[in-house]
Design a protein around this ligand. Sequence first.
Ligand SMILES: [Fe+2]
Length: 234
Amino acid sequence: MKEGARISAIPTRDDGRPTRRDVLTAGLGGLGLAALGLGGLASKQIVPQPLVHDLAAPAPPVIALAPTPACVDQPATDPTEEGPFYAPNTPLKTDFRRPGHRGRELVLRGRVLDVRCRPIPGAVIDLWQTDEDALYDNIDYGYRGHQLTGPGGEFEVSTVFPKGYSILGLVRSPHIHAKVQGAKTKLLTTQIFFPEDAESHARDPRFNPRLVVDLRQSASGPPVATFDFVLEDA
Ligand SMILES: [Fe+2]
């Protein structure tokens, strides 16, 4: 760094007066501006700068940056079979947790989007899952319910991690079922999985690696699973 090229406010000595070196430093800064045809600026008050400019240094190379990726289209979420435990007419519900449950709590959130990456507000998202004992409740709507997405297509539900099960010899890795539909989209029926269940994924013929949530620990609450559902146009 060439000190003479520094543009800065004139610092002072301990007695409050500027030193000779300080004055020279500020003056050379003004010469630099004059050489650039900006002499008018030199006569004005020099504003303190948060950054130090070295006018004598060669210009930094121009680095061609790749454009920021923008989502212009994306594949629709893969469908998966409905399974035998779907129940229609579920209640409007964003908290599935039963009082006194023994499950490991979880927040599931995400967005509902179209294939052009636009959020779909007012989409219906109906979720159902097993409880901490690997049971579906088809009578009292336990651990199942629907909600409408918000203005940004967002949804969130407080629940517990589902338990895996086996039915008629079919191993099922822990999953949450979903039916999702916007006003102008096809109905999506699918299931989402959890990254920590790799061992049972390998034994579940319904498992799809594209349907795995992003799962993160939270310092202030339960782990947060995130998944965006992408719907095809009707
Ligand atoms: Fe299931």
